[in-house]
Write a protein of this length. Structure first.
Length: 202
């Protein structure tokens, strides 16, 4: 399952209600996974009738390890994202984009940490973000297992063109990730039956 497609849907489902129509905006997403962090830049164009999303390529868009690896040294979690932010800044300058809104969404690596450690890591990240004036911070948060499973399901069924064909049945998905797995099935006429599960892998 493509992480890129998952976060494409993150934009539509999370940002769509808060962006004005007849406008173009730019959204940065950091997918803070358990094994590493990836950054993506999207151009979002709104009209009265449609919303179009396209990706703007950022070179060297991944760093390892993930931010949860810095639970004993939270300051390094923030600093670990600096290469991604520097590359994003170069891309924005190349595209003549003044500002972009940033959302950081973490997954199972952060779900497995105590809340106190999560808070320290996010505070360090926000401190690092303060050095970048092109960023308008939207949120730094951890996706629930249920939400992660939902984005998996949307991605798989988008690839199958399920939503454009009402006669086509949706399929379930199973995502075996670095520190969790998610499974999801459609259930009758309800939107979806989500079962997000997580456990450490040894």
């Amino acid at each position: 399952m493509s992480k890129l497609l998952r976060f494409f849907f993150t934009i539509l489902l999370i940002f769509y209600p808060t962006i004005s129509f007849s406008a173009t905006s730019y959204e940065l997403i950091i997918d803070a996974g358990s094994s590493g962090s990836r950054i993506h830049l999207y151009k979002v164009f709104h009209t009265d009738k449609a919303t179009k999303v396209s990706e703007v390529s950022i070179q060297d868009n991944k760093v390892e390890p993930g931010i949860s690896a810095y639970s004993e040294d939270p300051e390094q979690a923030g600093l670990s994202l600096a290469p991604l932010l520097d590359n994003a800044r170069h891309t924005l300058e190349r595209e003549k984009i003044a500002k972009a809104r940033l959302t950081i969404l973490a997954t199972a690596g952060m779900r497995l940490l105590p809340k106190s450690q999560v808070n320290f890591i996010y505070a360090a990240i926000i401190k690092t973000l303060g050095k970048y004036d092109f960023i308008k911070l939207n949120k730094v948060a951890t996706l629930s297992g249920q939400d992660e499973a939902l984005f998996d399901w949307l991605s798989v069924n988008l690839q199958r063109n399920t939503f454009a064909n009402t006669a086509k049945k949706s399929v379930g998905s199973l995502d075996l990730a670095g520190a969790s797995f998610q499974k999801i099935l459609a259930s009758g006429y309800s939107y979806a039956l989500v079962k997000g599960c997580q456990r450490p892998f040894w």
